[in-house]
Design a protein around this ligand. Structure first.
Ligand SMILES: NC(=O)c1ccc[n+]([C@@H]2O[C@H](COP(=O)([O-])OP(=O)(O)OC[C@H]3O[C@@H](n4cnc5c(N)ncnc54)[C@H](OP(=O)(O)O)[C@@H]3O)[C@@H](O)[C@H]2O)c1
Length: 214
């Protein structure tokens, strides 16, 4: 299986590429925004492609043309405004889904956000972000793709513990980015998680055990 990681240079993305290059029978292509981001991935012997979610659907389709799966773990980040939330987190995700359908890709893993489907949790400041995540998820769910939507809580840079909680609904919580990356790898390997949506925080269960109950 060959996977395009969109947002590969991000914090989850780098953990994910590091994990995927170690998987037998798996190759990875890192989608980057800038050529100067390549050396980190070349050191890992991962393939790279330069493309932007603010570019065309055709550009994204070309980036993923030889892949079997796509992981969307990009984000406009907290330092940009609502305009980028729309063009990257919402329309960028929508274009990635459209491109994957056109490219004949089957598997699509979306990194969404805890409570993206429950407006009662959306704070005023974060509402544009949640709107983007909510509708990006819905677009993916109504596509022809075999999706898995992972909705992690607050991300931390702590080392991964390999212990998680995963369920349709969870209370607010946090999780190391390294553990989110490990969960994405498990999703790519599992056909049981196709067309599933789950929330994710740190917890008491080993990743494989927690995902069995989704
Ligand atoms: N922060 C949280 O607590 C939280 C909670 C739940 C879910 N999430 C979601 O988790 C995901 C990953 O989080 P993270 O902390 O790993 O994010 P991150 O470190 O900010 O990485 C985001 C990546 O997206 C890339 N990106 C931004 N605009 C792009 C564009 N136009 N085209 C292509 N790539 C673009 C960035 O590229 P550059 O490297 O070039 O800047 C970066 O590599 C995001 O989807 C985020 O919304 C976050």
């Amino acid at each position: 299986m060959k996977t395009l990681v969109i947002g590969a240079n991000g914090k989850i993305g780098q953990h994910l590429v590091r994990l995927l290059v170690k998987q037998p029978e798996h190759t990875v292509k890192a989608m980057l925004r800038k050529p100067e981001q390549r050396p980190f991935f070349e050191d890992l012997e991962a393939e790279t492609v330069v493309a932007s979610l603010e570019g065309s659907v055709g550009e994204l389709q070309k980036a993923m043309a030889d892949c079997d799966a796509v992981v969307f773990t990009a984000g406009s980040g907290a330092s940009t405004g609502a305009d980028k939330t729309i063009t990257v987190d919402l329309d960028g995700a929508a274009k990635a889904v459209e491109a994957a359908e056109l490219a004949g890709i089957d598997r699509f893993i979306m990194v969404s956000a805890l409570h993206a489907d429950d407006r009662s949790h959306w704070t005023k400041e974060m509402t544009p972000y949640y709107i983007a995540k909510h509708h990006a998820d819905r677009i993916l769910q109504s596509s022809s793709l075999s999706y898995t939507i992972v909705r992690p809580g607050l991300l931390t840079d702590d080392p991964g513990t390999g212990k998680i909680a995963a369920a349709g609904k969870l209370d607010p919580g946090s999780i190391p980015r390294e553990d989110v990356a490990a969960v994405i790898v498990a999703c790519l390997k599992s056909t049981d998680l196709i067309d599933k949506v789950f929330e994710l925080t740190s917890g008491d269960s080993q990743i494989e055990d927690a995902l069995k109950n989704i």
